[in-house]
Design a protein around this ligand. Structure first.
Ligand code: DQA
Length: 149
């Protein structure tokens, strides 16, 4: 089981960035916690972060044939990017959308996600734990899909 974790713009500034909303832990702390979850659950993974929409689209395209699932926090592109939605639909990999904050309880422009339409589920407002939940969900989803074959 190999999962690609994708993080969009400004998530590399975790800790510095609006700590009242995103917490005081750094991006490296998020990476460490993802690593711990994956090691315990025996999930192979790669994390990719970019501030550029096209780079995120390229990475999703490259995932085809190389990964079994995608965990994605598209950050601000959640609310604007048809290109990321189309890329996820194109590769057709099981995907879970994650947001550190609860996008439904913030400004109204954050309530709509283009990305949800290509994802099995959306996890928002659980901080780092949202990523762990998404990884374990995809592992279980893959196990069930194999069982059904
Ligand atoms: C975010 C929520 C988005 O609205 C915002 O633009 C982000 C981060 C989150 O993780 O809570 O950059 O995706």
């Amino acid at each position: 089981m190999k999962i690609l974790v994708i993080n969009g713009p400004n998530l590399n500034l975790l800790g510095l960035r609006e700590p009242d909303i995103y917490g005081t832990e750094s991006y490296q702390a998020l990476l460490d916690s993802i690593d711990e979850t994956c090691r315990k659950a025996e999930i192979e993974y790669e994390v990719f972060q970019s501030n550029h929409e096209g780079a995120l689209v390229d990475k999703i395209q490259e995932a085809y044939g190389n990964f079994d699932g995608i965990v994605i926090n598209p950050a601000a592109y959640t609310h604007t990017s048809v290109a990321i939605l189309d890329a996820l639909k194109a590769v057709g990999l099981p995907a879970v959308e994650v947001h550190l904050s609860d996008i439904n309880r913030r400004e109204s422009f954050r309530k709509f996600s283009y990305i949800s339409a290509a994802c099995l589920k959306t996890i928002a407002g659980k901080g780092f734990a949202g990523y762990w939940e998404a990884l374990l969900f995809l592992k279980e989803y893959e196990r069930k899909s194999r069982h059904d074959l």
